[in-house]
Design a protein around this ligand. Structure first.
Ligand code: SAM
Length: 304
């Protein structure tokens, strides 16, 4: 289904839990409050089933830290058997143990966040001495075939000087894709916004060394193919109407709301009390989707 701005809904992003074992200083917490409970497995399945009728084909699991959710394998199994491509964004800390089981459960691919190029820079951003564990997690994700393996790097003033070193390191691991992400002023990112940097300078460096440029329809993100074959996608959400024009995402929050935009707290529909209510759940979730799609609007727009 297409919203009033001609944007299809194709991707459902589910916050499985707010609990996290890292303390990234800029965390946007998926634009949600501080609730620590997550939607039940049945509620997630009900929302996913209905979302399919509206055109959703891919599901991204996030958090908090999604690998801390106890019924994670069961949820992945449910969603993949409904026919979705299921991927997950993780800090990678537990991936060296979990990657094989995640693949078996039906996870297609993984994005691992890695915001530093060495132990100290990593720790100063995440608050955790976990650099080598996360590298092991990335290696394991590659070896079990959670492909394409993507690495997310949120670029801020704190890691700008070592972003190129992080890119080289990630390339040497054999990762398929890097997402260089500009910091959103959302959640902790609001107070940390003095660390924000625009990515234009980095992008023009990439343009010079890349062998090909593509544009992904999702968020109109530019993608640069490096000589090694690794792709670097540049995610520039802030004050960028093109990014919003290409948004095909709807969100299920950990406290059971359909959220239509990362930035907006008002454009949400609370379905927490109907999510797993037997036979009436699906028709009521269906109505909630219709309303959510009707009220969905780009946060940043060009004025004509
Ligand atoms: N705990 C997991 C992780 O660290 O990847 C998943 C949750 S995290 C909120 C999802 C993604 O959003 C991560 O790649 C993270 O680095 C990114 N992120 C967090 N805060 C951000 C912000 N203020 N701006 C841009 N990206 C952010």
């Amino acid at each position: 289904m297409i919203d009033r701005f001609g944007r299809p809904i194709e991707d459902l992003r589910i916050t499985l839990t707010h609990v996290c074992n890292f303390k990234c200083f800029f965390c946007h917490m998926e634009g949600e409050g501080d609730s620590f409970y997550g939607v039940s497995r049945q509620g997630i399945v009900n929302v996913a089933k209905v979302s399919r009728e509206f055109g959703v084909r891919t599901i991204k699991l996030t958090g908090g830290e999604p690998t801390l959710r106890r019924d994670l394998f069961e949820i992945i199994g449910d969603l993949s058997s409904l026919g979705f491509e299921v991927s997950m964004t993780t800090n990678g800390f537990l991936l060296s143990d979990l990657a094989g089981k995640l693949k078996e459960a039906g996870l297609s691919r993984v994005n691992v966040s890695l915001h530093g190029s060495d132990r100290n820079s990593f720790k100063s951003i995440t608050g955790v001495d976990g650099f080598s564990k996360v590298l092991d997690g990335i290696r394991n994700a590659i070896s079990v075939g959670l492909k394409p393996v993507k690495v997310n790097i949120v670029v801020t003033k704190r890691n700008l000087a070592n972003v190129e070193a992080t890119i080289s390191l990630v390339d040497s691991l054999g990762v398929d894709e890097i997402h260089l992400i500009e910091m959103h002023p959302v959640g902790l990112g609001k107070n940390a916004f003095d660390s924000h940097v625009f990515l234009y300078d980095l992008e023009s460096k990439l343009q010079k060394i890349s062998i090909k440029k593509e544009i992904r329809s999702k968020h109109m993100r530019p993608r640069y193919v490096m000589p090694s074959g690794m792709v670097i996608e540049v995610v520039k959400p802030y004050a960028n109407p093109l990014f919003c024009a290409g948004c095909n995402r709807i969100r299920l929050t950990s406290d059971g709301k359909l959220k239509t935009c990362l930035y907006r707290e008002d454009r949400t529909i609370d379905i927490s009390n109907i999510l797993d209510k037997g036979d009436i759940a699906e028709p009521m979730i269906r109505s909630a989707f219709e309303i959510a799609i009707a009220i969905r609007e780009p946060n940043f727009k060009y004025k004509l």
